[in-house]
Design a protein around this ligand. Structure first.
Ligand code: F0G
Length: 486
């Protein structure tokens, strides 16, 4: 497998991320007129999750299940072994998990949150507390559904949006120990570390930090669970930023991380550019505790709710995670966009992380109070003026507390996901261009209010509306500046 990670220098001196792949299958896109985009927003409750892809130009909602698959993955899907039980596709999946993640027991689950459901069902009881570097939406929803709670234990630096700290996803070791002493180890079924901490802007943790967490876990005899959904990129950033590992291979770095965890789970929709998920461990006791839950919630133990074709794609995708020329593509594009915006003074999360470019809406839309969901409004406004669909990662994505009160998010972000090997550089430049325009016209953007608020994970299907005629004002200015350009 190639190991080309070196940046290729341009004679011009320009810093351009050069693609080390070619595009062989393409999908036509449509950029519908701004009037249609306004209708689409009204139909979709100003919630980008509810847009139809017919109305979306660049889909930057997520990298989940949208990373480009390789020719080898697609080829492998053709030789899958259809069987309810004992499928050879599962044997290949197991082998890939053992080779890449270094874990011999594998339980299949149909995606990351299904793994979270299994783990929560097995270990969370009323009053349980799970310390973590930071929550992910589905993780927290599952833990609270089973009566547990979470504590987020990042260092203060993680909340500094414009920072140079290489590892904002690190867990605060002092706070961790304090949390264990306060709640008592018996109430803490596991400590959870999330690779490339999603909701704070795709920020990695260092292996040294994971070692320190492991030492505390050992001291208090608590399990350590690793959410490995974004493990590949975390490993790549360790190689770039943690001196000790600058000459290590991706495989060595990945296993240094997984080797410190008792239990590893992942969304294959991210980790291996496919669909599906899994839970793996070397601890036979843990395996036996979780095993009965798979046929109950997911499916038989050799498919776990997934198609065997997807299982084949996961197996190949896991090996491809070791290829630096593949894994570096998304973070390098993100870095390109983040640096371009940062250079223009447009507030973004720095240093550039993984998954996407995260725009700091709290700073851009200071005139919109959090009660009016600034990140949601900005996401809708950006779609309106560009056809680009991002995702709100702010207070709309937060859940209410147990008394039904709003809990405002620490950060109000628009996430523009850059899935692996999907977009071209001119498309990224278009995003930069339209974001710059919106930033200059930010005062025109107004707030939103809920018209429909689901009780669980409200951001998926919730409906909102603008609290004034700000979308019309934005369109008028757009027409003034762009004429009849789409
Ligand atoms: N853990 C992390 C860190 C995630 O980012 C995700 C999903 C999950 C667990 C759940 O996995 O979607 O396969 O059920 N993140 C997606 C996103 C949804 O858009 O960031 P899943």
């Amino acid at each position: 497998m190639s190991n080309q990670s070196e940046k290729i220098k341009f004679y011009s001196g320009e810093d351009i991320p050069l693609e080390l792949h070619k595009v062989r299958v393409v999908q036509k896109l449509h950029l519908v007129p701004i009037e249609r985009r306004l209708e689409a927003l009204n139909e979709g409750g100003y919630n980008t999750f509810r847009l139809s892809t017919n109305d979306v130009f660049l889909d930057m909602l997520t990298d989940s299940g949208t990373n480009a698959m390789s020719d080898k993955q697609l080829g492998a899907m053709m030789i899958a072994d259809d069987a309810y039980a004992g499928s050879q596709s599962f044997v290949r999946f197991q082998k890939a998990v053992e080779d890449v993640l270094g874990k011999k027991y594998l339980l299949p689950a149909h995606q990351g949150r299904a793994a979270e459901n299994i783990i929560s069902n097995a270990y969370i009881r009323k009053g349980s507390i799970v310390p973590m570097n930071y929550h992910f939406t589905t993780t927290m929803a599952h833990i609270t559904q089973y009566g547990g709670g979470i504590e987020e234990l990042l260092y203060d630096e993680a909340y500094v949006i414009n920072s140079k700290h290489p590892f904002k996803g690190n867990m605060n070791i002092e706070k961790l120990e304090n949390c264990i002493q306060r709640h008592g180890a018996k109430n803490i079924p596991y400590i959870r570390m999330e690779a490339s901490t999603n909701l704070i802007g795709g920020q990695p943790f260092s292996i040294q930090n994971l070692r320190d967490v492991r030492a505390i876990a050992d001291k208090y005899k608590i399990r350590l669970v690793l959410d490995a959904s974004l493990l590949g990129e975390n490993a790549w950033l360790v190689k770039q930023r943690e001196d000790e590992f600058k000459n290590s291979s991706m495989g060595e770095i990945i296993q240094a991380m997984t080797g410190l965890a008792d239990l590893v789970y992942f969304s294959a929709r991210k980790l291996s550019s496919s669909r599906g998920g899994g839970i793996c461990t070397n601890d036979h006791e843990i395996y036996k505790e979780l095993e009965p839950l798979i046929p109950l919630f997911e499916g038989f133990l050799t498919y776990g709710g997934m198609s065997v074709r997807e299982i084949e794609a996961i197996a190949v995708g896991l090996y491809e995670t070791l290829d630096e020329s593949m894994i570096c593509q998304s973070p390098q594009y993100i870095e390109y966009l983040v640096n371009a915006l940062d250079a223009k003074g447009i507030p973004v999360v720095t240093p550039a992380g993984v998954l996407g470019c995260h725009v700091n809406v709290m700073e851009i839309c200071k005139h919109i109070p959090q009660t009016q969901y600034p990140a949601g409004a900005f996401a809708a406004a950006f779609y309106l003026i560009s056809g680009v669909r991002g995702m709100e990662r702010g207070s709309v994505s937060n859940q209410r507390d147990e008394y039904g009160n709003e809990t405002y998010a620490d950060m109000e972000l628009l996430r523009l996901a850059i899935p692996r090997r999907v977009f071209t550089l001119s498309q990224i430049k278009y995003v930069e261009d339209r974001l710059t325009w919106l930033y200059e016209n930010r005062e025109l953007i107004g707030g939103l209010r809920f018209t429909y608020e689901p009780p669980v994970l409200r951001f998926f299907m919730g409906g909102l509306e603008p609290i004034s005629d700000w979308p019309q004002k934005l369109i008028a200015k757009f027409k003034e500046d762009f004429g009849d350009s789409l």
